[in-house]
Every structure is written in structure tokens, then in C-alpha cells.
Design a protein around this ligand. Structure first.
Ligand code: M6R
Length: 361
């Protein structure tokens, strides 16, 4: 049942304020400025001995893991990174007893992720799951973890589950941070930010008409470039994947800082750039990248917290805490992919060549 929407994708994008509310519900502890994660199965003493965190997933779940790694590093100061699960499996990884492994999956059935979990467990590692589907294979195989409570996701491309997974990582990062060295003040600040998310997502969804008009301009593009820096880079990766999957427009994502090391050669009026430009300590750096693109007559769409002079269009999103901004900045770009694909007459819920869950190798 699409509940009045034309596609499941549109329904699922629209459900995000409620979905994010669900992932937060019952978990926030104001007394100690932390969160409770019942199923984690990781006592504070163990949480304090973790030396590294390695996050594994595929596709959109891998991108959510990249943002998750950033959240963990900034709030808990534990070195963390994310890697595609299949790459990890096939490189005979060094499995380290002081590393906590986290498997990320919407379906909980993705074969490459499941096989990575089984290999890790065979070698004695501790593996947590960040999973949407309750009771799924990865959830059962993991030593503990958290459900992201996005609710059923029907569309082949993931939207609300991405947003909820990233929010779940923010909760995990806050929890680990508060067990370690994150201050009460910072804990409070993050909690306040988390509580603002549902209403801010609601606000972003109201910009749909503006995004639809911008999408009409991009519908004919051969190729598009997505750029971001640090926290913004995984947002760019995910936005570029979304566009490819449903519009079949070729898209690339690059860290903004890498532009001058090669991809700048591609910039010309026919290759539009989408830039993630949050109002944080990297604002001036990001603006410099916009200038470089403009100097080569590239068209620019900025997703930012204020109008960007160098951009042809800016989608202005509400500001949250710097750490939590990536959760919001991806949402207008789900709508951009959606309306671009719609303008091109694509079958949005069932893109060619793709399946909702990839349960084979
Ligand atoms: O169910 P999972 O999260 O494990 O699925 C992983 C990927 O196959 C999935 O995210 C895929 O990239 C989607 N089509 C993204 O929209």
C-alpha cells in the first residue's frame, strides 16, 4: 500500500520524520546525557577497551557506515573506518582482537555481509549488527547490536533506512563517547541536536517543489559530479549512487579536496556539480572549490545552510550540530534523484538490473 504516494520511494522518503523519531524513541537518557542501547551486549568495561572499529556493509549501508565511522571518531575518539564487506572478505583481512566489527545491512540478508560476519566470528572477533529487518540472518549471527527501526522498505533503492542507520550510528557514537571521554556538555548538545531531527526533516521535505524544478534542469545530463569534504563526502557518495540507480545518469563522487588532482579536467558547462557545503569549520574550503568549478563555467547546485553566491542553485537545509548535519544533507538529494528519474520516465521502484537484497555472491 503506497498510502496516497505514486511510488514506494516517495512514500519512504516522506516517512523519514517518523522513522527517525522511532530510532530515537526510548533510548535517550537525559540524566546521564547518554543513550541506552539494550541489545548491544557490550558492557562499559569492554566498551573502554576497544582500540579500533571497523564497519562493513554494501552499497548504501556502506555509505551509512562511512558516516558512522566519522561520528564514532569525533564523539568517542576511537579510530574507525568503513569498508565494503566484499572487499574485506576477499583480502584475507587481519582480524584483530581489540577491534570491534560492525556489520550494517537494511535487509540483514546481504550475502557478502553475512559471509564477512561468519568469517569474523570463525576467527573469534566480536561483531555487532546495525540492521533494519528484525530477526534477519545478520541480526541472528551478530553478538549484539541495534535495530534501526526504519520500518519496511519496499523500494529497491534505500532512503529512509539510510537516514535511520546514520542516526543509529549517532546514538552508538554518543553511547561510546559517554562511556569514554565525551563531556556531559557535549552529550547534552548532541541529544538536543538529535531531538531536532524529525522537525528539521519535515522542513526539508517542504522544499520538494523547488527541488523538482531544479531536477527538470538536470534531467537531460549525461553525467554529474558530486563533491563533499570529510563529513560531506559520504553524503556525496550516497547522493551519486541514488542518482545512478534510478535515473541511470552517470555520476561520480569525489572529495572536494581531490578536484585539483584530476577530476577538474572534466568540468565544463555540460557536467553539473552537486556540492555539499555545510556551515562548519570547512565552509571556506568548500567555497574555494565552488570558485574553482565556477571559473571553469561548471554549473553548481549547493546543498548548504545558507545561499551560496557561486552556486546556480542552493537548497538551504536547517542547521543542526556539525556532527549531525550529514543526516539532513542527504535528504534533499534523495528528492533530487527521485525527480530527475521521474522527469526521465524511469521505473523508480524497480530500477533495471537491481534487486532489493543481494543474497548471492
Ligand atoms: O540490505 P542491505 O543494506 O545489506 O543492502 C545493501 C545494498 O545492496 C543496498 O544498499 C543497495 O546498494 C541499494 N540498492 C541502495 O539503494
Amino acid at each position: 500500500d503506497m498510502g496516497g504516494h505514486d511510488t514506494f520511494m516517495h512514500k519512504e522518503i516522506s516517512e523519514q520524520p517518523d522513522a527517525v523519531d522511532r530510532v530515537l524513541r526510548g533510548r535517550i537518557d537525559d540524566r546521564f546525557s547518554t543513550v541506552h542501547l539494550g541489545g548491544l551486549n557490550l558492557d562499559p568495561r569492554e566498551a573502554r577497551t576497544i582500540r579500533r572499529i571497523k564497519i562493513l556493509g554494501c552499497g548504501t549501508s556502506y555509505h551509512a557506515g562511512l558516516i558512522g565511522a566519522g561520528l564514532i571518531e569525533s564523539m568517542a575518539r576511537i579510530p574507525a573506518d568503513a569498508e565494503p564487506a566484499s572487499e574485506f572478505r576477499y583480502r584475507n583481512p587481519v582480524v584483530d582482537p581489540d577491534t570491534l566489527y560492525i556489520a550494517v545491512s537494511q535487509s540483514g540478508e546481504t550475502y557478502d555481509v553475512l559471509a564477512a560476519v561468519q568469517e569474523l566470528k570463525r576467527k573469534g572477533a566480536r561483531v555487532l549488527g546495525v540492521v533494519n529487518v528484525v530477526g534477519s540472518a545478520i541480526a541472528r549471527e551478530a553478538d549484539g547490536g541495534m535495530y534501526v527501526h526504519a520500518g519496511p522498505e519496499v523500494c529497491v533503492v534505500s532512503t529512509k533506512c539510510f537516514t535511520n542507520t546514520v542516526t543509529a550510528f549517532a546514538l552508538l557514537a554518543l553511547h561510546l563517547g559517554r562511556v569514554r571521554d565525551l563531556s556531559v556538555t557535549d552529550g547534552k548538545r548532541i541529544i538536543e541536536g538529535l531531538r531536532k531531527l524529525p522537525a528539521q526533516i519535515e522542513e526539508i521535505l517542504k522544499t520538494e517543489e523547488q527541488i523538482k524544478e531544479i531536477a527538470a534542469e538536470y534531467a537531460g545530463a549525461q553525467s554529474m559530479m558530486f563533491i563533499g569534504r570529510v563529513r560531506g563526502y559520504p553524503v556525496a557518495l550516497e547522493a551519486s549512487l541514488k542518482l545512478k540507480e534510478i535515473s541511470y545518469i552517470h555520476a561520480e563522487a569525489y572529495p572536494a579536496s581531490e578536484l585539483k588532482h584530476g577530476p577538474l579536467a572534466l568540468i565544463e558547462p555540460a557536467l553539473p556539480t552537486v556540492a555539499i557545503v555545510p556551515d562548519d569549520d570547512l565552509l571556506e574550503k568548500n567555497r574555494a572549490a565552488l570558485e574553482e568549478i565556477k571559473a571553469r563555467s561548471g554549473r553548481i547546485l549547493a546543498v548548504a545552510h545558507q545561499e551560496q553566491a557561486k552556486a546556480d542553485h542552493t537548497i538551504v537545509v536547517p542547521k543542526n550540530e556539525d556532527e549531525l548535519d550529514p543526516i539532513l544533507m542527504g535528504i534533499p538529494l534523495q528528492l533530487l534523484a527521485y525527480h530527475t528519474a521521474l522527469a526521465m520516465g524511469r521505473d523508480i521502484d524497480k530500477p533495471r538490473n537491481l534487486a532489493k537484497s543481494v543474497t548471492v555472491e
